[in-house]
Design a binder for this molecule. Structure first.
Ligand SMILES: Nc1ncnc2c1ncn2[C@@H]1O[C@H](COP(=O)(O)OP(=O)(O)O)[C@@H](O)[C@H]1O
Ligand SMILES: [Mg+2]
Length: 311
């Protein structure tokens, strides 16, 4: 695999001095699907807009297949398709014309077979002669993707493609992205839905306050950071963890009815058997024992909520 998009030390300060991107580094491999996960205001749209040439970077470099987005703007931009966060379509235009027009904007020759192919792939072929205003919300989103693909880009950016859409349409979108991958399209999508990143991405980047906090293979991330938690429910309430159990670093939950033990999923020894023995030795009686695996959501929340110390 080769790097299709390279972002180096990208900074963006808006007029007024707000630092929306604080030195972002990110390399993206051809054919991968990467999700940039971050809360509102994290800088996701700013990052995409800067890469797509809508916003000027303050400093840093971005190259697409080796073309610099500033010095080789046309070449770089022609390799990128962008589906913006906001739906902006001409209501009275026909579907097919709006897609043809997008292609024309990139100076590409009219190629009906390419437009037909894109419309078919997005299940819009039957609607090609309909006006945009006649389409459902889901169809309009598909038109946005069709427009972004009209000039046959190699990299597709989807900025919050499923914000506010229903579950069914969300799954449709995920399928479209997966389908595009088989055609060799690299997809970068932003989302604040953890389940979306979990469902479709090969890699997940977590972005918060203008910084990429980490970028990692999804499965590795879950395995590395995933902690399991054991809840030891007691038959009687206690008001402190007994000294005899200090070594286990337990916390007291549920108003003193539960001892909570965190352990590493990947550890050879979890220490659970010993813990349960020692709990009983300390004179406590078990009512029940429950394990929980921390989800990507827990990981995300703990990352994004870290204090702002290291900047
Ligand atoms: N044109 C602008 N001028 C000044 N500040 C902006 C502008 N656009 C975005 N911002 C600020 O930059 C930060 C990141 O915004 P944005 O990239 O839209 O975040 P996200 O897409 O992750 O929600 C926010 O605090 C936002 O208010
Ligand atoms: Mg945004």
């Amino acid at each position: 695999m080769s790097t299709i998009l390279s972002i180096q030390n990208l900074r963006k300060s808006y007029a007024g001095g707000f630092d929306a991107l604080k030195g972002v580094n990110l390399d993206i491999e051809e054919g991968e699907i990467i999700a940039l996960l971050g809360p509102n205001g994290a800088g996701k749209t700013t990052l995409i807009s800067t890469v797509c040439g809508i916003t000027m970077p303050t400093s840093g470099t971005v190259t697409v297949a080796g073309f610099d987005i500033l010095s080789n703007y046309r070449e770089a931009r022609s390799l990128i398709g962008l589906v913006p966060q906001e739906i902006a379509l001409e209501p009275f235009e026909k579907v097919i014309n709006t897609v043809r027009f997008s292609r024309g904007l990139f100076g590409k020759q009219r190629k009906d077979s390419a437009v037909e192919d894109i419309l078919k792939r997005l299940s819009l072929w039957d609607k090609r002669d309909n006006q945009i205003r006649e389409l459902s919300g889901g169809m309009k989103r598909r038109v946005l993707i069709a427009k972004a693909l009209a000039h046959e880009p190699r990299v597709l950016f989807l900025d919050e493609p499923t914000a506010g859409v229903d579950v069914e349409l969300r799954k449709d979108m995920w399928e479209i992205v997966e389908q595009l991958r088989t055609d060799g399209v690299t997809t970068i999508l932003t989302t604040h839905y953890i389940e979306e990143a979990e469902a479709i991405a090969d890699r997940i980047g977590v972005i918060s306050k203008g910084d990429i906090l980490l970028v990692e293979d999804k499965n590795k991330l879950m395995a590395r950071m995933g902690k399991k938690q054991l809840d030891v429910q007691l038959t009687s309430q206690i008001n402190a963890v007994p000294d005899a159990l200090a070594a286990y670093d337990l916390t007291l939950g549920d108003d003193g009815w539960t001892l909570i033990y965190s352990y590493d999923v990947n550890a050879e020894r979890t220490g659970i058997t010993m813990l349960l023995n020692d709990v009983q030795k300390a004179g406590l009686q078990l009512k029940d024992v429950v394990t929980r695996q921390s989800s990507l959501e827990d990981i995300f929340v703990s990352l994004v909520n870290q204090p702002e110390a290291a900047q």
